[in-house]
Each structure stands twice: as C-alpha cells, then as structure tokens.
Design a protein around this ligand. Structure first.
Ligand SMILES: [Zn+2]
Length: 188
C-alpha cells in the first residue's frame, strides 16, 4: 500500500526551551480545535504516532473527501509533533524547488551536490543558498518554491495519510511554529 505524509517544519533554529514551548503551543492549537487527540493505543508498527485524528479532524481538510471515513480507519493516520531536528524527504515526490521570482528550476548544483549540502545542513546546521541561473535571484533553499523538496528543521508537524490540508489550516500551523517554515509532501 502506498503512503503519503505532509510535514510543516520550522526552518529557523530555536533554543531547546523555546522549542518545547512551540511544540506545546502547536499541540494546544490542534487539541483545542479537536483536530487531534491523544493516541492511547500506540503501536510501533500499527499506530506509532503520539497523536491521532480528533473529533473535528475534518476541519483540517481542504474540502470534504468521500474517503474520509476510510481515512479514519487507516492503519497509520497519526500526527507527529517532534521537537528534534529531522530531515524531511519527499521520497518518490522528490523534485527540485523553483525560483520564487521567475519559476525557473533550482540550479544544477542543487542536484549535483545534493548529498554534500544536505549533509552540511544536517550536521553543521547551515541551510544552503542557491542562486537562480535565469534571473539571478538568491535565497536559502527553504525560500525557494515547492512542496516536494527535502527540508531540515524543528519543531515540525507531520500528518500521516491525511486528506489534503486546507491552506488556512496550514497557515495557522506555520504561525504557531513561528519563524521561516516550509512544507514537504512525501509519497512512498
Ligand atoms: Zn529566477
């Protein structure tokens, strides 16, 4: 069975105390709206996440989907809100992001040096910067446009196998995470 996930991740680094506060704030936001509830039957293989869909999970979706009831029965429909840094990879969705000014694809260094800049970002915490070949715009990789490119950061919120999330809902999560944020839509 194929699976998908959507992660909203904070890109700007935070001190660990502030990180915990942000995680609690995001949890409170999602609990207050009834979008999540505590997963009282965690299982490493079946339902590994700390959170599961709450009574009002539907309000998070962009529009009503006819498979929503099936989604509620999906093996892993959990929500993770980790406070440690992770690399969020789009897996089969992987594609280079686009220039926010002229929509050209990221320069060839993005693909050719992928392993190098990714490792440096992960280990040294240095988010790479790319310059557009077409228009000369320069920006950190998280400021390029797209939802199918790897991002690294913390905290984050990952929705496993949920229906498409509404833009207003993801905007609220981004605000709760604070700083610069990005979205990674994964499929595998
Ligand atoms: Zn450009």
């Amino acid at each position: 069975m194929s699976e998908h996930s959507v992660t909203v991740v904070r890109l700007d680094s935070v001190l660990s105390a502030e990180c915990e506060e942000i995680v609690v704030g995001v949890q409170e936001l999602l609990l207050a709206r009834g979008v999540i509830r505590l997963n009282d039957r965690r299982d490493a293989l079946w339902q590994p996440s700390e959170w599961k869909p709450g009574p009002a999970a539907r309000i998070a979706a962009v529009e009503p989907v006819d498979w929503f009831d099936a989604f509620l029965d999906t093996a892993n429909n959990g929500v993770d809100i980790p406070d440690e840094r992770h690399a969020y990879h789009p897996v089969e969705n992987d594609e280079a992001p686009r220039c926010p000014r002229c929509a050209a694809g990221a320069p060839t260094t993005y693909t050719h040096c992928y392993g190098d800049w990714l490792e440096e970002w992960m280990t040294a915490g240095r988010e790479p910067l790319f310059t557009c070949d077409r228009c000369g715009w320069s920006g950190l990789v998280g400021d390029w446009t797209g939802q199918f490119s790897v991002l690294i950061g913390a905290p984050a919120v990952t929705f496993h196998n949920w229906p498409p999330l509404s833009p207003a809902f993801t905007t609220d999560i981004r605000a709760a995470l604070g700083g610069r944020t990005g979205i990674v839509a994964s499929h595998w």
